[in-house]
Ligand binder design. Sequence first.
Ligand SMILES: [Cu+2]
Length: 610
Amino acid sequence: MSASNHLTRPRLPYWLLAFSALVFACAALSPVASAQASDKSVCPRPAAGSIVPEPEDLRSKNGKLEADLTAFNMVDAKGAYRYCFSDANGRESPNLRVSPGDLVILHLRNALVEPKSDAPKSDAPAAHHMHTHASAADDPCNSGIMSDVSTNLHFHGITIPPVCHQDDVLKTSIQPGDQPFEYRFRIPSDEPPGLYWYHPHIHGFTKNQVLGGASGALIVEGIERSRKSVAGLPERVFIIRDQDLVNPDAPPSKSEPVVPKFMIDRDGDAANNGTGFGKPAKDLSINYVPVPYPDYPPATIRMRPGERQLWRVLNASAITYLNLQVLFARSAQPLQLVAMDGVPIDHNDSRVDTENIQTHLALPPGARAEFIVTGPAADQPALLVTRSVDTGPGGENDTNRMLAKIVASSDAPEPRSTLVASPVPLPPPTQAWIGNTQPVRTRRLYFSEKLSDPNDPTSAVEFYLTVDGQEPKMFNMSSGVPDIIVQQGTVEDWIIENRSRELHAFHIHQMHFLLLEYAGTPVNEDFVRDIVNVPYFDGRSLTYPSVRLRMDFRDPNTVGDFVYHCHLLEHEDKGMMGLIRVEPAAPLRRIMVPDRASRAATIFLAAPIR
Ligand SMILES: [Cu+2]
């Protein structure tokens, strides 16, 4: 009897428990289920081998670009996560096209859904979940929540203030279910024309989201006003992204030379084997057309025979370096470089028409190159490829591979956009060329890596970007204490060392810099960058390899707190980031000067603080 009682008594609570579990499961799973069911509408991706599509253009009108963007994610049939931003018409990761002086208003909605429990673990330490959702975190400007389903936007390369609703990534975070969040900022009237980009910047989770495809182009129009060599040319945007391998278990193609067995990294990616062959760490795609290992079936770019076009190429990869070439048969073609990282070469003087000819263009993750390509003759075999990059013994395997075949025919459709044929030249910049300025000081920073348990070679690697003399530590989002304080209006020289056995790419928000020395050799570049590769340590030399940069804090829009970090986003997520505070220049001083008509004129001795 007692046994029977024992069996019957729990029935009701058990049933209730099962019911509530079911309700909970439905609530938790329904967004995932709906995202998976709408496979065809959320973050759709073209098939391998497709003609490379042009991203949709959202253009400003009457000085304003106002658009809705929604952050989506989904799990594809192979279990890979896709992320994207879609506009109000469902068009994926559109080009945002603006002019200097334009007002930009973006309504960002978060429609991200929780990853399944069996999804790969994020790189983020749990400490990033430092707020509960019920507190001050409900304010997206002060949220600080960094999770797989948080989103925000960083406008990479644009010199706008690092404040909420503009370009803050330290506290701004939008959660699923929040009201659409408004970004509202003005493109500076002196913003150099060129290719910038937008991507989420959720510390600890940026790699997952960018690897999933969350990125798009932001184009400041008018490059032909700075570089008349591109006037009247058709232009097109190519966004090269990396993604997890579609065929991770496949052996290398039989057409490749046999290479020694390569190692497997702790993080499961293929380590650099230095040959350019073997299994890459990641697949690449071009405007979302995948080019998967092991056979790398190329996408197709159509153009007219011998046609000259401006190609605007963004390396939106999370961790993959590019080394681009255009090959006719096996011969690398001259590429006329027009702009790097959004800024035209010789931008300080539009009267100079420099011919900067390259046969390959190396782009670390996050970098952009804009260059003139001359199309092949009809039926001439032509390819856009990336050559291997030696990322160091600790780096990823960035292999040789095709991206697209270039097919020339007289009936090829023209790109959607053509640059103005008779542009009005831009006025010269009001500031002196950065190369002609005097730095107020020199600082030394260094990249380094350390096992979290020095006695356990399988323990996690910690990544640091340290000001020389300070204690190396992983970036802490909640510290709020700047690692570097500078004054707006000044220029500094920074030496960035690499004390690790793999490449890192130094990036700073809000501004550009001039590369002065690379690995001990002075360089004389006629352009500025917002990302630069730092060569890896060979383990033998008496000094660490470094770059020397002239950092430009003259623009008042740089005032505030923002970050500098490695743009291999896996490294950034795992701590390779620092906080800089740009303090306002000396307080605004005004002198009242009475003139002969006894009216007062005001002379500003310091730049007004915006
Ligand atoms: Cu790095």
